[in-house]
Write a protein that binds this ligand. Structure first.
Ligand code: ADP
Ligand code: MG
Length: 265
């Protein structure tokens, strides 16, 4: 079982899109995948058709509730996808967490307890809010690795050092084994010179941390959530589907290799 926090404090870089579609692509490999929506905006939940009225057991309960929420099966065409949705309760969680003695460890403890016993899931993907707040820290403390979507635009690298500093701090104080799963360039326009230049710069700066596969800007990807579908279900042969499938293969390979030689950041 592998827990991956999908984090970047910038909004609109493709965290939610990557959580949903990487999850669906891993499920295509017969992996059992649990998505945890840790963003109070609840876009992962909405994008998979979980209506607000059917969000009775949520990520808020996972952090601060008395009962462990039961993951919901996602009812789209994809196999092997479950979700713990978010509702608006989560908006106040950051403040409530500050008052808590184990404020950074609540998600970790919840997942290591009842929730993930007996290897129910192969992958747990946590969609983080656009902030380096306590929700994101909880995700990083609970996770084996952080996957960072980076939008292929001029300011792509801006803010990344702050994110890396948070990862270092989490390693020092709470989770020494935390790796960087990888950095994935999103919304890239490969015919555009600027996009190419950004990719070259990012690869020069970050080297092997950057996934080979790049997610292109693809309108089908942005349409899928309004039909409550993943891109793989909505348009299986689209460029977007191909890209998320290729990303899933890289993620699977990285684990295989990391398992063999302890590689990683
Ligand atoms: P975040 O979760 O980081 O805020 P989202 O995943 O919600 O970012 O993406 C922001 C917006 O960009 C959404 O409207 C989403 O549909 C769109 N989007 C994300 N990735 C792509 C892509 N590869 N091509 C086109 N649109 C995309
Ligand atoms: Mg989001």
């Amino acid at each position: 079982m592998r827990i991956i926090a999908i984090a970047n404090q910038k909004g609109g870089v493709g965290k939610t899109t990557t959580t949903i579609n990487l999850g669906a692509a891993l499920a295509e490999h017969d992996k059992k995948v649990l998505l945890i929506d840790l963003d109070p905006q609840g876009n992962t939940s909405t994008g998979l058709g979980i209506s607000p009225s059917s969000r009775s057991a949520t990520s808020y309960d996972l952090l601060l509730g008395d009962v462990v929420p039961e993951p919901q099966k996602v009812g789209v065409g994809d196999r092997g996808l479950w979700i713990i949705p978010a509702n608006t309760d989560l908006a106040s969680a950051d403040i409530e967490l500050h008052a808590h003695e184990k404020r950074s460890f609540l998600l970790h403890d919840a997942l290591r307890g009842q929730m993930l016993q007996d290897d129910r899931f192969d992958y747990v993907l946590i969609d983080c809010p656009p902030s380096l707040n306590l929700l994101t820290v909880n995700a990083m403390v609970a996770a084996h690795a952080v996957l960072v979507p980076l939008q292929a635009e001029f300011f792509a690298l801006e803010g990344l050092s702050q994110l890396m500093m948070t990862i270092r701090e989490v390693r020092m104080k709470a989770n020494p084994g935390l790796r960087i799963e990888g950095i994935v360039l999103t919304m890239a326009d490969m015919r555009n010179r600027l996009s190419q230049q950004v990719e070259a710069d990012v690869r020069e700066t970050l080297g092997d941390l950057v996934f080979q596969n790049v997610i292109p800007r693809n309108v089908r990807i942005s349409e899928a959530p309004s039909f409550a579908r993943t891109i793989l279900d909505y348009d299986p042969s689209s460029k977007g589907s191909q890209a998320y499938r290729a990303l899933a293969v890289e993620v699977l390979e990285r684990h295989y290799n990391a398992g063999r030689k302890g590689a990683g950041a």
